[in-house]
Design a protein around this ligand. Structure first.
Ligand code: NAP
Length: 542
């Protein structure tokens, strides 16, 4: 398959779950491969986000690769939802067991990819001076991998220790005796808070928007439980891949439990709503629990009332409890599951700093100055998020046909893809879990497996059909972008008061576009398969 000028059939950018799955499948199908990874190890998300408390929110038996029987049969998960250390060990096991390391160049940052029309190859260049000519490129750069530095004045002037959850030191950090701040209460801040609170002399949690979070229900396996699950993997995978979320469970809860029965909250008398709260606890206080809560803003507010009640039951200080109640619609941002988050605010050494009562003015060498006073600190932990879904791709100079720079369009109009897999004008470039695919709305590993399989099948088809290139047709792309937008319409996810990273609303100046495909992974997979079956409808093969 190698053309005269190509060094390699496929360059794969990134060595997290996506990169490893892709490299393995490509090598199995006989392609020459080159992996490139900026870190010095495999793992992607689980390599960088090693902050205290980091843990997956999908059950590990589902948040794991099915592509190798050996990997599946030989790995033992120790608890329901694995912590970062275990996930990093797992990804390393995968790389070793499938012998993928020899195909990856580590400590290497891809800075540019340029399409050459004459040779129909991509020139891939790195900050370290490497150059590869490849017939195809697959980006597996992650949806939440481009760290966002908050625009806080004086951030770099702090004389103490500044830490970032998404680039946490490998050797860890001992917070003992330290006056510590965590800025940010998304998934990362919420997970880190209880663990840091147990160590720090005092922990100040700087909250701009309160979190919708509920107990994860994580636990170690009961005797024999994991062995039984492992023996039943075929059935587990079948259910997992047939589900819209690419997982049969969210946290400890079977997705079905969220759905049965789904009455409308606005048609449920108030006392019955609270009776359900008594029966189902936090589950009754989610947008999943009521048929109308994710669509109707009034229904959403009614569900929020239940959520506020649950917080009041957990948090002793009424003022803190009130401040922990979110002011934006439930379900607009990614739901969070935690281990002991609300109880943490009952500790004497923890203070919630509600930034709605006075914003951060600046960071000084000694601490954080706010409109509500000064906080002297030894450590600041930034849990302030990512330029999600497009950030990692936009940071690479990707030039397609006629020298067109991909980010130029994406920054101006939002991301434009066909199936979240390819971009018109950028032949032979595939984007694993790209914008416009279900990705972040699903179990990422399920989406990664689906994409990597579809891509290798596509390359096999090109090989058999003796075609050099495949490219998304502009009209198919426009139709897909419109379809993705339609699927998101009307619900709380795109409500004007929603400022989620799904919409790019956490990045100043980013175009407000709902980026993931919201139709469910099962429906999406069928669509992708139909398109392939129809001879790659909407793609030009040449
Ligand atoms: P995030 O959800 O974007 O949260 C960032 C937090 O920082 C928000 O509370 C944000 O407030 C706050 N913030 C940002 N800039 C600020 C500023 N200048 N001043 C004060 N506060 C500021 O980021 P994340 O927590 O890293 O999570 C991102 C995503 O990664 C999650 O949604 C999830 O998909 C994934 N993740 C998953 C897990 C898991 O599954 N276990 C764990 C971690 C992350 P505003 O909301 O007001 O902007």
């Amino acid at each position: 398959m190698k053309s005269g000028t190509a060094d390699v059939d496929v360059v794969v950018v990134g060595a997290g779950f996506g990169g490893l799955a892709m490299l393995y499948r490509l090598r199995e199908s006989g392609y020459s491969i080159q992996g490139v990874e900026v870190g010095d190890g495999v793992g992607g998300t689980w390599f960088w986000n090693r902050y205290p408390g980091a843990r997956v929110d999908v059950q590990s038996v589902e948040y794991s690769l099915s592509l190798s029987r050996e990997v599946q049969d030989e790995w033992t998960w120790t608890e329901l939802m694995a912590p970062q250390e275990e996930l990093e060990r797992y990804v390393n096991f995968v790389a070793d067991r499938l012998d993928l390391r020899r195909n990856i160049k580590f400590n290497t940052q891809v800075t540019a990819m340029t399409w050459d029309e004459a040779s129909a190859t991509w020139l891939v260049e790195t900050a370290q001076g490497d150059q590869w000519r490849a017939r195809f490129v697959v980006t597996a750069v992650g949806c939440l991998s481009a760290p966002l530095e908050p625009a806080i004045e004086g951030l770099h002037s702090f004389a103490g220790v500044s830490l970032y959850t998404n680039r946490f030191p490998k050797e860890g950090f001992d917070f003992t005796g330290k006056r510590t701040a965590i800025i940010g209460t998304g998934s990362s801040g919420v997970q880190a808070t209880p663990v840091v609170a147990r160590q720090a002399e005092h922990l100040y949690v700087f909250q701009r928007s309160a979190a919708y979070t509920m107990p994860a229900g994580n636990r170690p396996w009961r005797p024999g439980e994991f062995e039984a699950l492992r023996a039943d993997y075929d059935a587990i995978r079948a259910v997992q891949f047939a589900s819209p979320l690419g997982a049969a469970r969210f946290g400890a809860v079977a997705i079905g439990d969220f759905r049965t029965p789904p009455p409308k909250i606005l048609e449920t008398p108030r006392e019955e709503r609270f009776a359900r709260l008594e029966r189902d606890g936090w589950l009754a206080a989610t947008a999943f629990a009521w048929a109308d809560a994710a669509i109707d803003i009034e229904a959403n507010r009614a569900a929020q009332e239940l959520y506020a009640e649950m917080i009041r039951r957990e948090v002793k200080d009424p003022e803190t409890a009130a401040a922990l109640v979110p002011h934006y619609p439930m379900g607009c941002k990614r739901p969070i599951i935690d281990i002991g988050y609300f109880e943490t605010f009952n500790r004497d050494n923890v203070t919630l700093v509600d930034l709605r009562k006075g914003a951060i003015r600046r960071v000084t060498p000694e601490g954080i100055e706010t409109e509500q006073g000064f906080f002297p600190l030894d450590v600041i932990v930034y849990a302030t998020g990512f330029d999600a879904m497009t950030g990692a791709l936009n940071r690479i100079d990707i030039r397609g046909r006629d020298g067109a720079l991909m980010r130029e369009t994406w920054l101006a109009e939002g991301p434009r893809t066909y199936l979240g897999l390819m971009v018109a004008g950028f032949p032979n470039l595939f984007t694993i879990t790209g914008p416009g695919s279900p990705s972040v709305l699903t179990n990422m590993v399920s989406s990664i497996e689906q994409h990597s399989q579809w891509i290798v099948d596509c390359l096999d088809h090109l090989r058999e059909a003796r075609r050099r290139t495949i490219e998304a047709e502009p009209q198919a792309q426009e139709d897909w972008v419109a379809h993705v937008a339609t699927l998101a319409e009307g619900g709380v996810r795109v409500h004007e008061s929603c400022t989620s990273w799904y919409l790019g609303a956490n990045v100043p100046g980013k175009v407000r576009v709902y980026m993931p495909y919201a139709g469910g992974l099962n429906v999406y997979r069928d669509r992708c398969d139909e398109i392939a079956k129809a001879g790659y409808a909407g793609f030009t093969l040449a």
